[in-house]
Design a protein around this ligand. Structure first.
Ligand code: HEM
Ligand SMILES: [Ca+2]
Ligand SMILES: [Ca+2]
Length: 297
């Protein structure tokens, strides 16, 4: 199975090469850290961590990039492609795109002040993509708590893993179209002042301002910390799927715990990322090593 020393003999500089490339991309644009973590998540939840999300449309492939959960939303492809080409220059044909995604997510977390962890390696790349599985298995911002628990449960992840991983929303941005219904709902699960602030840059009527961005964590949108959970306690979660984690259900106690204890969040997040990175990898002679991540060789 996967091992942290997988490239020790075949490409000893793989990790440092990826790291340099990822760091320079995040230095150029801080949000890229968030985008890269999300890319690894959206890969692993769809037929496992096999870089299926990176494949473009072609005669033999229907890309996952255009399902609703990804379309116009997942980003960072060119950063992964650049890291891949840097690695190909030092060890051609050795390091998979799926492993680059996993390493990039770790390096991104570390760069913005989040936890680091040892990445397990040896994943291989798929020769296909699955928009059908992507639309079925990726969570949506409209999902209720039980659906979210089930979607993560189907991947072997517990409620605690799910809450920890959702803590990724301590960084990054979301588009108005994903939080409009919530901020105009006049419901009781949203802070009134927060809703009114968000309305200023997200007009009530679609498609006006659909693409306008707001930070998922209003307090520290660029640092990986536990403010996401503190916000939920104040009913300042941006997405409906954020606030449902603290809305009177079984995950309230976990949100509470992470809001009080940043180091527990940090170590649970790191473990959950390793666990997520272990979802159904292609290993051994299964799959391929793509030379360009967006297409099969
Ligand atoms: C629990 C279910 C989840 C739902 C429903 C969800 C949904 C979303 C949505 C709707 C956005 C905004 C996308 C846009 O407006 O373009 C977003 C952004 C993001 N998500 Fe999630 N997410 C979930 C869990 C996760 C997990 C488990 C991770 C990582 C392990 C993650 C990482 C991120 C990051 C980092 C961003 C910001 C991306 C950027 O700024 O480019 N999310 N998510
Ligand atoms: Ca995949
Ligand atoms: Ca934050």
């Amino acid at each position: 199975q996967l091992s942290s020393t997988f490239y020790a003999e075949t490409c000893p500089n793989a990790l440092s090469t990826i790291r340099t490339s990822i760091r320079s991309a995040i230095a150029r644009e801080r949000r890229m850290a968030a985008s890269l973590i999300r890319l690894h998540f959206h890969d692993c939840f769809v037929q496992g961590c096999d870089a299926s999300i990176l494949l473009d449309n072609s005669p033999s492939i229907t890309s996952e990039k255009f399902v609703v959960q990804n379309n116009n939303s997942v980003r960072g492809f060119e950063v992964i492609e650049q890291a891949k080409s840097a690695v190909e220059n030092v060890c051609p044909g050795v390091v998979s795109c799926a492993d680059i995604l996993a390493v990039a997510a770790r390096d991104a977390s570390e760069y913005v002040g989040g936890p680091s962890w040892t990445v397990r390696l040896g994943r291989r790349d798929s020769t296909n993509a699955s928009p059908g599985l992507a639309s079925r298995d990726l969570p949506r911002f409209t999902d209720g708590l039980q659906s979210l628990i089930d979607l993560f449960g189907n991947k072997g992840l517990t409620e605690r893993d799910m809450v920890a991983l959702s803590g990724s929303h301590t960084i990054g941005q979301a588009q108005c179209v994903t939080f409009r219904d919530r901020i105009y709902s006049n419901g009781s699960d949203i802070d009134v002042g927060f809703a009114s602030t968000r309305r200023r840059n997200c007009p009530a009527t679609s498609p006006n301002g659909n693409g306008n961005l707001a930070p998922l964590d209003l307090v520290t949108p660029n640092s990986f910390d536990n403010n996401y959970f503190r916000n939920l306690l104040q009913r300042r979660g941006l997405l409906q799927s954020d606030q449902v984690l603290f809305s009177g259900g079984s995950t309230d106690s976990i949100v509470n715990e992470y809001s009080r204890n940043p180091s527990t969040f940090s170590s649970d997040f790191a473990s959950a990322m390793v666990k997520m990175g272990d979802i159904e990898p292609l290993t051994g002679s299964a799959g391929i090593i793509r030379s360009i991540c967006s297409r099969v060789n």
